[in-house]
Design a protein around this ligand. Structure first.
Ligand SMILES: C[S@@+](CC[C@H](N)C(=O)[O-])C[C@H]1O[C@@H](n2cnc3c(N)ncnc32)[C@H](O)[C@@H]1O
Length: 189
């Protein structure tokens, strides 16, 4: 089974398209903030969260419950496709229903294998995967640039300058698309 969470009007054929609002006529109405979700454990092969995770779980525990629920229903090897607006882009800033910044590093905090290394090295980072029995690894990251970066690239601006621009200027990165892998096997500490 493949699930497209917060599908809005972008439904995908062959997937289960779920959304909070019946006005977009999803296959199933689901409020992601109300857990548990009506799916069996270890039952989902692939999930898509296209511009939805930044809308849910304003309170940290609510967000953690959503991550734990994603992990519960995922099969070992399940692929999670997460698309979010970049927090320094107007697409993120303008929407009052955006309640949380999600970066690849945010999702890497749920990488339990990495957490064990961090614990061993006494790093100052909360090992969220370890604390919540979740193991999710970021596999691929694709940054979709805004028009100013695209223009600069086309004009032959150096990579060093482009990176500086990305770090310092608003609207440089429009969207982040990441692909994550769920792993249900892990070593104990
Ligand atoms: C910005 S739209 C993205 C729609 C579509 N995925 C896309 O990429 O165009 C966010 C979607 O998330 C849905 N959504 C917001 N909160 C939700 C919740 N608690 N449970 C399920 N869906 C939710 C909204 O109804 C809306 O369709």
């Amino acid at each position: 089974m493949k699930i497209n969470f917060g599908c809005g009007s972008k439904k995908i054929e062959g997937w289960l398209n779920v959304d909070l609002f019946d006005s977009v006529e999803p296959d199933m109405i689901l409020d992601m903030e109300k857990t548990p979700w009506p799916f069996s454990s270890n039952s989902v092969d692939e999930m898509l969260f296209s511009h939805v995770l930044e809308h849910v779980g304003a309170m940290p525990n609510d967000f953690l419950n959503i991550i734990k629920e994603i992990y519960r229903i995922a099969k070992d090897g399940c692929v999670l496709n997460i698309y979010v607006p970049h927090p320094r882009h107007e697409h993120f800033i303008i929407d009052p229903t955006h309640c949380r910044v999600i970066l690849p590093a945010t999702m890497e905090m749920f990488n339990r294998d990495k957490n064990l290394e961090q614990i061993k090295n006494k790093e100052t980072i909360t090992p969220l995967g370890f604390f919540h029995d979740v193991n999710i690894k970021v596999q691929k990251i694709n940054y979709i640039y805004g028009f100013r970066v695209r223009e600069a690239q086309a004009a032959g601006v150096s990579e060093k300058e482009i990176q500086k621009m990305i770090y310092t200027e608003l609207n440089s990165i429009q969207e982040i698309r990441m692909s994550l892998l769920v792993s249900k096997e892990w070593e104990s500490i």
